[in-house]
Write a protein of this length. Structure first.
Length: 297
C-alpha cells in the first residue's frame, strides 16, 4: 500500500512538472516577444508601425499594414475554400461513406497532414501558379481584369492553404460528429426528419463546439504557414490590389528578412511576430467566448 501511494504521488509530481513546463514555455515565448517587440514599436511609433503602408528597412521605414491585410486576405481565402470542403467531407465520411472506401479515404486525409509544407509549396509552384496565370490571362482577354499577374497571388496562396487545412478540419469534425449520441439522430428520424435533415439540422449543430475548434485550428495553421506561402504568394510588400496580385504575409516577412536583419530592423521583425501572436490570441479568445455563450444557452 505504501509503495502504491508513493507511486501515485510520484506520478502526480511528474504530471505537475509536465504541466508547468508547458505553461513556462508559453510564458517564455510571451516574455521574449513582448520584451523585444514593444520597444521597437515605441521607437517606430505604434501608429506608423501598424498603419504604415511602406516597408523599407534601408530607409528605416517600417509599416506592416500591407502584411496584416495580406495575411487576413490569404487566411480568409483559405477559410472560404477549405472549411466547406472539409466539413462536407467529414459529413460524408461519418454518415455516407461506404465501408470499402472509408479506410483508403481516411488514410488519404491523414496523409495530407503529414506532407511537409515545402512539398505543398512545390505543388503550388508547379501546378497552381501556372493554372491561375492562365485563368488571369483568359479573364484579361475577356476584359474582366486589367492585369493578369504572373500567377503568384492571393488566390493561389488561398487555394494552397485551403488544401493544407483540410486534414485538420476533416479529422476533428468527423470525430465531433461521431461523438454525438445516436439518440439525437434516432429521435430526429422518429419525428419525421429525413436522413439529410437529421444530419444537418440536429447532428451538425450538436457537434458545433468541435466543428468550431476544428475551424480555429485550421485558421491557426493558415495564418501561421510560411514556407508554402513564400513559394506561391509573390512576396510583394505592398497593399493588395486584387486576388490575382502578389502579397506578403506577416510570417513570410519575418522569414525572408530575419537572416540578414540587425538593429532596429531585427526588432521590427520581432514586433511583427508580436502582432501575429496577438492575432492568434484574439482568435482563441473569441472562440472561448463563443463556446461559453453556447454552454449558457
Amino acid at each position: 500500500m505504501k509503495s502504491k501511494a508513493w507511486t501515485e504521488k510520484f506520478m502526480q509530481g511528474v504530471f505537475f512538472i509536465a504541466a508547468c513546463a508547458s505553461v513556462l514555455a508559453v510564458a517564455l515565448i510571451c516574455v521574449f516577444l513582448f520584451a523585444n517587440g514593444i520597444p521597437a514599436m515605441k521607437e517606430i511609433g505604434f501608429g506608423k508601425f501598424l498603419s504604415g503602408e511602406m516597408w523599407k528597412p534601408n530607409n528605416d521605414i517600417y509599416g506592416i499594414l500591407p502584411m496584416i491585410v495580406g495575411s487576413l486576405y490569404v487566411t480568409a481565402g483559405a477559410i472560404v475554400f477549405g472549411v466547406p470542403i472539409g466539413i462536407l467531407t467529414a459529413v460524408f465520411m461519418a454518415f455516407y461513406c461506404p465501408k470499402q472506401i472509408y479506410k483508403p479515404l481516411k488514410t488519404a486525409t491523414e496523409l495530407l497532414a503529414g506532407i511537409p509544407s515545402v512539398v505543398y509549396g512545390f505543388f503550388g509552384l508547379v501546378v497552381l501558379v501556372p493554372l491561375i496565370r492562365e485563368i488571369g490571362r483568359d479573364l484579361k482577354e475577356m476584359g474582366i481584369l486589367r492585369s493578369a499577374g504572373n500567377g503568384s497571388s492571393i488566390l493561389t496562396a488561398s487555394l494552397l492553404l485551403g488544401m493544407m487545412i483540410l486534414p485538420t478540419i476533416i479529422g476533428l469534425t468527423e470525430s465531433s460528429l461521431r461523438a454525438v449520441p445516436e439518440q439525437y439522430y434516432e429521435g430526429a428520424v422518429a419525428l419525421g426528419a429525413t436522413h439529410e435533415r437529421a444530419i444537418f439540422r440536429v447532428i451538425l449543430p450538436a457537434a458545433k463546439s468541435g466543428v468550431v475548434a476544428a475551424i480555429v485550428l485550421g485558421v491557426g495553421r493558415a495564418i501561421g504557414e510560411t514556407m508554402a506561402v513564400i513559394m506561391v504568394a509573390g512576396n510583394q510588400a505592398r497593399m493588395p490590389s486584387g486576388i490575382f496580385k502578389g502579397v506578403r504575409t506577416l510570417t513570410a516577412n519575418i522569414v525572408i528578412e530575419m537572416g540578414y536583419a540587425a538593429g532596429l530592423h531585427r526588432e521590427a521583425l520581432i514586433a511583427t511576430g508580436v502582432v501575429l501572436f496577438v492575432f492568434i490570441l484574439i482568435i482563441n479568445f473569441c472562440v472561448a467566448l463563443l463556446n461559453r455563450r453556447n454552454d449558457h444557452e
